[in-house]
Design a protein around this ligand. Structure first.
Ligand code: KG4
Ligand code: ZN
Length: 341
C-alpha cells in the first residue's frame, strides 16, 4: 500500500487563525480554529492591524494543537499548505512567513494555496464521491462567484459580483439593524422569527451578464427602508426585515446557480464560503436541485467559514499535481481566482 500523504493546512487571511492536518486529501485528522470574532465585534468589523497581531500571538499554539490532536510530528508531514491570497495583507503575511520558516527549518515542501480554492475544496471533506467537474457557488465575506470547477484547482468563472459580496451585504444590513458583527449568522437566526414575504425588495437584474451579481442596490433599499421608518418615528419589525432581505439574496443566488446548472447540463452543484452555512440558502438550493434532479453538495458549517482543513485539502490536490513554492512566496491580497504566483 502507498504511504499516506499528510498535509498541514494553515489559514490566516482574515480573522481566524487556523491549522489542520489532512490525510490523503480527504480525511481531517485535526482542525483547530482560533477565532478573533469576539475582539473585532467591539469595532463592528475586522480591524486589520489587530488581526495581524492576534495571528502572530496565536499561530504557534494553533499549529502545535493541530499536530498534537492528529498525533503527527513535523517529520511526518509531506507538505505545508498555506493561504497566500486573497485577504488582508498583514494577516496573510503571518501565515506565509510561518509556513516558510517551518518548511525551511524542517525541510518540508511548501505549497501556497488560493483562499477561494480552499473554500471550494471544503466540499471534498464530507463528500467522498464528489469529483470535478461540478458547478460551485462561492459566497463569502469578500467574494461571490459562480464557477465551473473543471478539475482540481481549475476554474471557469461564469459570473461574479459587480459590487458587494453576499456576506458583505449580510454584514452591512445586520449592522444597520443593530445586530452587530458578523451579521450573517445573526440575520440567519433572526429571520427564523420573521415573515420573509413582509417586505418585497427589488431584485437586481444585470441584462448583459446573467450570472453576475449585484447586492449594493438591495443593501441601499434596506437602508432606505430603515431610515424612512426612523424619520417617521415608526417602529419596524427587525425580524421581518431580516427575513425579507435574506429571501431576496437567497432567491437570487439559487435562481442563478440553477439556471447555470441547467444551461451547462451540470448534474452536480456545490456551495462554498461563509454564507454557504446559511440555513435558508442550503434549504433553497437543496429543494431547487432536488426538483431538477441535480446532486447538491455543501460543507458542514464549520468547514464553510474560514478553517485550516479546507486549505490542507486544496494543498493536497496542488501537491499531487506537483505545485511547490519557493522562499519567495509572498502574500497577494488581491489574488484572482485562477491566478498563480
Ligand atoms: O468565508 P468566510 O469565513 O470569510 C471570507 O473568506 O470572507 O465568510 C465570512 C462571511 C461573513 O460575511 C459572514 O457574515 C458570513 O460569511 N456568514 C453567513 C453565515 N455565517 C457566516 N452569512 C449568512 N448566513 C450565515 N449563517
Ligand atoms: Zn474565507
Amino acid at each position: 500500500m502507498d504511504k499516506d500523504i499528510l498535509i498541514l493546512g494553515l489559514e490566516s487571511s482574515c480573522d481566524e487563525t487556523a491549522a489542520a492536518v489532512i490525510k490523503n486529501g480527504r480525511t481531517v485528522l485535526s482542525n483547530v480554529i482560533s477565532s478573533q470574532i469576539d475582539i473585532h465585534k467591539e469595532y463592528g468589523g475586522v480591524v486589520p492591524e489587530i488581526a495581524s497581531r492576534k495571528h502572530i500571538e496565536r499561530i504557534n499554539t494553533v499549529i502545535e494543537e493541530a499536530l498534537k490532536e492528529a498525533g503527527v510530528g513535523l517529520k511526518d508531514l509531506d507538505a505545508i499548505g498555506v493561504t497566500y491570497g486573497p485577504g488582508l495583507v498583514g494577516a496573510l503575511l503571518v501565515g506565509v512567513a510561518e509556513a516558510k520558516a517551518i518548511c525551511f527549518a524542517a525541510d518540508i515542501p511548501l505549497v501556497g494555496v488560493h483562499h477561494i480554492e480552499g473554500h471550494v475544496s471544503a466540499n471534498y471533506i464530507e463528500n467522498p464521491d464528489l469529483e470535478p467537474p461540478f458547478l460551485c457557488l462561492i459566497v463569502s465575506g469578500g467574494h461571490t462567484h459562480l464557477v465551473v470547477v473543471k478539475d482540481y484547482g481549475e476554474f471557469e468563472i461564469l459570473g461574479r459580483t459587480r459590487d458587494d459580496a453576499a456576506g458583505e451585504a449580510f454584514d452591512k444590513v445586520a449592522r444597520a439593524i443593530g445586530l452587530g458583527y458578523p451579521g450573517g449568522p445573526k440575520i440567519d437566526k433572526l429571520s427564523k422569527e420573521g415573515n420573509s414575504d413582509a417586505i418585497v425588495f427589488p431584485k437586481t437584474k444585470i441584462e448583459d451578464a446573467p450570472y453576475d451579481f449585484s447586492f449594493s442596490g438591495l443593501k441601499s433599499a434596506v437602508l432606505n427602508y430603515i431610515n424612512k421608518a426612523k424619520m417617521m418615528n415608526e417602529e419596524f419589525n427587525a425580524a421581518d426585515l431580516a427575513a425579507s432581505f435574506q429571501k431576496n439574496v437567497v432567491d437570487t443566488l439559487t435562481e442563478k446557480a440553477i439556471h447555470a446548472a441547467k444551461e451547462l447540463h451540470m448534474d452536480k452543484v456545490a456551495i462554498a464560503g461563509g454564507v454557504a452555512s446559511n440555513s435558508t440558502l442550503r434549504n433553497s438550493m437543496e429543494e431547487a436541485c432536488r426538483k431538477e434532479g441535480i446532486h447538491f453538495y455543501h460543507p458542514s458549517p464549520i468547514f464553510c467559514t474560514d478553517n485550516g482543513a479546507m486549505i490542507g485539502v486544496a494543498a493536497y490536490y496542488e501537491f499531487i499535481k506537483g505545485t511547490r513554492h519557493g522562499w519567495d512566496l509572498n502574500a497577494v491580497p488581491n489574488l484572482q481566482l485562477g491566478e498563480r504566483q
